[in-house]
Design a protein around this ligand. Sequence first.
Ligand SMILES: [Ca+2]
Length: 462
Amino acid sequence: MKGKLIAFVVAVLSVATIGVTQLPANAALDSTRDCDQYAVVYCGTMSLQEARNKYNQKDHAKIYQSMGISLSDLKGNFKSGVVYQDGRVVVNGKTVATGAVMAARGLGGSQIAGTSAQKVSVRAMGSAQTAMVKFDQNGRFLFAIMKPCGNPVTATPPPVEEQPEPVAQCKVLSQQKLSDTRRRYEAVATLKNGAKVRSYTFVATKNGTQVDKKTVSTSKTNATYVFTADGPGEYKISVTIHTSEGKKSGARCTKSFTVAEVDQPGVAIEKYVGESKQKYQRVGVNVEYTYQIRVLNTGDVTLKNVKVTDTPDQGVTLLSVSPSAGTISNNTWAHTIKSLAVGQTKTYTLTAKVPEYLAGKLTNTVCVDAPEVPGNPDDCDDAEVDVPPTPGKIEVCELSTFNIITIEESAYDSSKHSKDLSDCDTPEELPETGPVETMLQVVGAMSLVGSSAYYIASRRFI
Ligand SMILES: [Ca+2]
């Protein structure tokens, strides 16, 4: 360094006289030991090991410490570089710091107490110097030591470029209606500056209670989810995106929808017989009596074209309906109610008679069918009548046949008949015939004897 420094000082003086201060950026590079008076470490420090070895010699430690360099700093992340006279510190062609200041001896500058060295701009030196350059763990310049002279150097690294913070957000959760109860969702993530996505977790709640959860593992910036609602209620779907920056969710990533109560159609029909609205009534032969029919809309929607059909057993003859409605044809009353509002009731009175004696109960069944209500019929109801036996006759169980028959009261014979009709009520004792044949037998017997009985009536439906 010696010759260069002397020459430099002369050069600076001469240049200064003509007002030129710009120095050559690439002056000669000094890479050999400077065993001269200017060196902080005589003959320099060509390696870190040498720098450490000489640290505590002479006044070196004080000088280094004044530059903020302790012995323990002389290890770690060092690279080879060059300190130029213009103040740059360059490593691998890249300027890692500027405004370099060194400690040197006898080149001017501010005195370092207790030493023979001063702090001075590197402009005071006559050539560029090879150096060991230390960086921190982030690759940022800390200090340098010139190899030829061991002069420690401080300088200012370029300002740290602010590394933008990674950002991850749940940008939006979109909702697409597939049907009244089905929705498709797409969650979209916003990722900036290296943020990453790991997965999306969709959670569905119904009236505040979780009903579904699905996690989609993907690094993509979007994920989809299809949800099907189960029944009426308030549904809320939210997504949480698991990212390198934590869990991301929010109002924009929550959607809700409502499944309304579905209106249920419903219809009911009731039937009674007689003025006092009974389910059963004994009526006179060939005497008119009435049935009451009530049709009721029990649902939540208006019913249209509600069909009412009344079909009595053979033996009951339908005569008329009041108010006049529909038609009586083939002994069946059929009527279509054009419209029946929610909760509305329509009432009809059918007049009928049993023209001639028939044994047993005679059923009259009415049914209703509304198109809005699934199935046909939707509801049925019935009422029963019978007519009394002819005076002077009684019903008995004929013990030889276990059939209930009607006989002249005077013909009663306890060895052949039982007045306890339940004696005939023994299914395994019945003749080995089918129900139709049994019915026909009974009907035949009745027509022969012109009588009837409650139990006979029940037999007709075996
Ligand atoms: Ca129906």
